[in-house]
Design a protein around this ligand. Structure first.
Ligand SMILES: [Zn+2]
Length: 273
């Protein structure tokens, strides 16, 4: 009898060791993956010691150009290190070639470069926050309903030179249209006029996941303010280097750019009144 129990025990032990932990999310470039490990397990991904909450919940983000295989390393309470390999679906991004662009629109001045670097550092810093919040585990909603005019990952080549890929999802709307919080969070950055991004707002959703809203005409919240899903946060604009009024919503897991559309789902067809 005891021998049978030991055998069953060993089988259970090995099957749980062999089985990768549970994950939820879209395993493709730009995806956000939630996972659950047993309590006391450490998780590592890329260069990050990933925050694991008391229930074993963690989140990671897959960048635009994430490799076909992602490796998550777990270290259990006994110090045993296991590498878990996951397939990451590779995407084909929208590529556009633009020729005959005048030189000055391609290269900003020295002063503009210096200014945008300073502002970029503020944005980078805000995105490094690793808070205990768990807003990311709730259902996201669109911060603005309207036509999607730009998508994650797309890239333009100007006179043959690759531009920075577009990391946000663009929603067109007239200047002054209200933008709401797509999920709960805390405001970590408010800047009314950045060189490239104009009115810029960053909201922390916990564990390194954040939203950035840019080209805003007006920001209605303050740094440190707690937000609930649906709270008004800003107004659409065309500030910074924008060709027309629209909301550009970006999401990050620390330095990794993730695709908001994979979290929020399809844009509703009609504006509900
Ligand atoms: Zn955009």
């Amino acid at each position: 009898m005891i021998r049978i129990i030991i055998v069953i025990g060993l089988v259970l032990l090995f099957s749980s060791a062999a089985k990768a932990f549970d994950t939820k999310g879209v395993w493709q470039q730009g995806g956000v993956i939630q996972g659950r490990v047993t309590q006391g397990t450490q998780v590592q991904f890329l260069k990050h010691d990933v925050r694991v909450d008391k229930d074993g919940l963690f989140v990671i983000g897959l960048g635009r150009d994430a490799e076909p295989e992602a490796i998550i390393t777990t270290i259990n309470a006994a110090g045993e290190k296991i590498k878990h390999t996951f397939a990451v679906a590779q995407r084909e991004y929208r590529i556009q070639k633009v020729n005959g662009v005048p030189k000055k629109t391609v290269n900003p001045s020295k002063e503009q470069v210096a200014r945008s670097r300073k502002e970029g550092a503020l944005v980078w810093h805000a995105r490094q926050l690793d808070s205990e919040r768990k807003d990311f585990s709730a259902q996201f909603q669109w911060p603005l309903i309207g036509p999607v005019t730009g998508v994650y990952g797309s890239q333009r080549f100007y006179n043959g030179t690759p531009g920075r890929p577009h990391f946000g999802v663009d929603v067109a709307a007239p200047t002054g249209t209200l933008v709401v919080a797509p999920v709960s969070g805390v405001v970590t950055l408010v800047h009314n006029d950045m060189f490239f991004s104009g009115g810029t707002l960053i909201v922390d959703h916990g564990h390194g996941l954040s939203s950035t809203f840019i080209h805003l005409s007006k920001i209605l919240v303050e740094k440190g303010q707690a937000l609930k899903v649906g709270d008004p946060i800003a107004e659409v604009g065309a500030s910074g280097r924008a060709t027309g009024p629209h909301l550009d919503w970006r999401m990050n897991w620390f330095e990794q750019r993730v695709d908001p559309q994979l979290l929020v789902g399809a844009m509703p067809k009609k504006i509900e009144k």
